[in-house]
Design a protein around this ligand. Structure first.
Ligand SMILES: *Cc1c(COP(=O)(O)O)cnc(C)c1O
Length: 370
């Protein structure tokens, strides 16, 4: 079994503390380089979360009041919230039933002349069709921000998600595969964008605190614009570097567990588990199953029965437009989003899951199918 967080992470964090350099410093710089390389991007800018990564991406693109940004409602709510942070209007697009992701057609259906950007999510680790959406964004002259919060270790068209993206946002929250406690990253290929992002995360300073400390000469910094404190600490980055070394094994283990679920669930009628799309591979961060009409039991009852059997499954992915925070928004119809959020659930899939645990889950689902 691959430890999720082990002695190596504890040691690395302790070393950062003992070194005396606990704020953003050399370990953050190394983590940025190694993470960016692992996802096929030229530059990584570490930040405090994926939420702040998304915020900085939209600030960088100079999106603001009067602009519309197309986002899926079928996502963690931070995707839509980031649009509101810059004063722009989130416009919800529906998703594909199989992948849970926006498509060229669902975005095109809600696009207007005021659309400046699309924030597309690689939901639960399932890559969206990067070739189709990147191409469409170019034709429409809108920016494509990739919310890759869940997608470290996923691939599309034979490359890591993140490779060939203009701007991607990543999360290292403990609910994701690779964790630093809290934390995030923005990856880009453009060096000028990377430089501006570094400034935006650190109060708009023209020289980082780390560079100032490293210099033997007095360095007088200057503040070029009103910005933020969205930095990651060196303690977090130390943990992240160890976690990055475990990522490939973790993904392989999850994919093996997912394949076993697929085999066991193959003969359960009315239930459709998430799978790889034809153009890529998911890291199976979320192993969700959709209950279709032929399935005999409603989703909430299935969750209750699983809980009674000692299995902690979770409801499926949320839909932001159904939350009170978005009660003032009247989106275009989102039938697939509403169906998926109502009729899907996330099965347990984690580093400590045993075959016996999986068998129990499947026994309950088989019994409730009829
Ligand atoms: C988890 C998640 C986020 C937020 O990540 P944080 O690092 O917790 O801010 C954003 N978008 C999606 C799709 C997520 O799953």
């Amino acid at each position: 079994m691959v430890p999720r967080l082990g002695e190596e992470e504890a040691q690395a964090a302790a070393e950062a503390v003992r070194s005396g350099w606990v704020a953003q410093g050399p370990r953050v710089a190394r983590f940025e380089e190694e993470f960016a390389a692992s996802v096929g991007a030229r530059h990584g800018v570490a930040v405090s979360s994926c939420t702040t990564a998304l915020h900085l991406a939209l600030v960088l693109l100079e999106i603001g009041p009067g602009d519309e940004v197309v986002v899926p409602s079928f996502s963690f709510i931070a995707t839509a919230n980031a649009v509101r942070y810059v004063g722009a209007t989130p416009v919800f697009a529906d998703v594909d039933l199989a992948t849970g992701n926006v498509t060229v057609a669902t975005v095109d259906a809600v696009r207007t002349p005021r659309t400046r950007a699309v924030v597309a999510v690689h939901q639960g680790g399932v890559p969206f069709d990067v070739a189709a959406l990147r191409d469409a964004a170019g034709r429409w002259s809108v920016s494509l921000v990739e919310d890759a919060a869940c997608a470290a270790g996923s691939t599309a068209y034979g490359r890591p998600v993140g490779a060939g993206s203009t701007i991607s946002a990543w999360s290292f929250h403990p609910r994701k595969l690779l964790t630093t406690g809290e934390g995030g990253m923005v990856t880009v290929d453009d060096p000028q964008w990377a430089a501006r992002l570094r400034r935006l995360r650190e109060h708009g300073m023209n020289v980082s605190a780390a560079d100032r400390h490293a210099s033997t000469q007095p360095v007088l910094e200057s503040y070029l614009e009103t910005a933020f404190n969205y930095r990651m600490t060196d303690i977090q980055a130390a943990v992240g570097l160890v976690q990055l070394g475990r990522l490939a094994d973790l993904v392989a283990q999850r994919r093996a567990l997912a394949a076993r679920y697929h085999d066991l669930l193959a003969d359960v009628d009315g239930l459709t588990p998430v799978r790889d799309p034809e153009y890529g591979e998911t890291n199976y961060q979320s192993f969700w199953v959709r209950l279709d009409r032929e399935y005999a039991t409603g989703r909430d009852e299935v969750l209750a029965e699983l809980a009674a059997a000692g299995v902690s499954a979770r409801r499926g992915i949320m839909a932001a437009h159904l939350e009170p925070a978005y009660a003032d928004v009247t989106p275009a119809p989102l039938p697939v989003t509403e169906r998926l959020t109502r009729d899907s659930l996330i099965l347990p899939l984690h580093h400590a899951l045993t075959e016996a645990d999986q068998d129990l889950v499947v026994d309950v689902l088989r019994k409730l199918a009829r």
